[in-house]
Design a protein around this ligand. Sequence first.
Ligand code: FES
Length: 108
Amino acid sequence: MSGTRAGRFVTVAKVGEIPEGGVKVVRLDDREVAIFRLADGYHAMDDVCTHDGGPLAEGIVEGDVIECPRHGARFDIRTGAVRAMPATQPVPTYPVRVEGGEVQVEWS
Ligand code: FES
């Protein structure tokens, strides 16, 4: 054992299950996490807008940006960074890997 506190990887989808430009919401512990698929692969972020809790996965994906359906804040899907107000805080993101035909999120 390494003794580090690195997260474990949790399977959240099968490869091919999420179409390009699409998203799937999964529950990990007590959090809703949105798994987005862009042209370069999969990206995971909280499915909770930092402005007022809007469900991001119900918004519109435009390129590598998700627009919150509630008041229109925009976030970078790869980094969670704010791209447009009214949100001012980034959305937490999580590492994703593809292993044995499964999409997995690093979850600690
Ligand atoms: S809740 Fe997302 S922009 Fe207000």
